[in-house]
Design a protein around this ligand. Sequence first.
Ligand code: DGY
Length: 321
Amino acid sequence: MSEKPVVLVTRKLPDAVEQRLSRDYVARLNPDDHQYSSDQVIELAAGADAIVPCHTERFTAEVIDRLPATVRVIANFSVGVDHVDLAAAKARGIIVTNTPDVLSDATAEVAMLLILGAARRAGEGEQLVRTRAWRDWSPAFMVGTQVTGKRLGIIGMGRVGQVVARRARAFDMEIHYHDVRRLEPEAEAGARFYATLDDLLPNCQFLTIHCPAMPGTDGLLDAGRIAQLPDGAIVVNAARGTIVDDDALTAALKSGKLAAAGLDVYRGEPDIHPAYRELSNTFLLPHIGSATHETRDAMGFRALDNLDAVFAGHEPGDRVA
Ligand code: DGY
């Protein structure tokens, strides 16, 4: 590379990632971590060869259309790419990449945390202790659902789903799953495959969602599908909020059809459906599935590997458009 390409980075990235970026590129960083509007992204991208955004910036067809002609690549700091209109990027010849694999362990940890937290009423318990409202102990106090040995249904048995299955086996959970394709027997490791959600759902004492957000999965867990779950089931979502119909989920939590829900992601986050906050049987986290030092470094380096490949004239490893 004779002249270093210019890269707009929309959020504060880990120090080591920003150091490598600044060494290899003309980096336009965001040290104060302001959340940019689409107009600001377009303005700040003037003359840039690449953008490294997060899922907090939306690249609709309209935004992509208004990006400066210099922008050749959008190297996402995320595995999810539902914030980018991939067809529009492709039509404009903009390469789009993501960061798969490196966040599977961290996200699976949070899925397990949600399973345990929702089942064992961890949010309620913590609140009692913190607010000094904890007065007593009795056999009837804070009784929840045991996780050990239960049937866990996994929607989306990709990288994260498979790690969740491995972690859940340590709790003697029985793994049942649905995906668009069946895994090889070795990867399945005894998990039971269901070709349809209709077949899977009645078997799920716990249900955890790990499929991508896309038009076909929007509102996938709706009232009809929740009704197919056994009474007292527990639902967990560490994928994307749009996969769940919030009105249906909150109604099932209110009625007692579902015992609890553990959620890390929400439609319209951080402005979440108000009922989630009001219900006592929800265990709520603020989209921290990949938030570990190790994983955030690895996501940044993976995004930079993709950038490096593009500017060296190679096919990036994680091209999604
Ligand atoms: C991802 O990588 O998709 C995480 O949800 C953070 O954006």
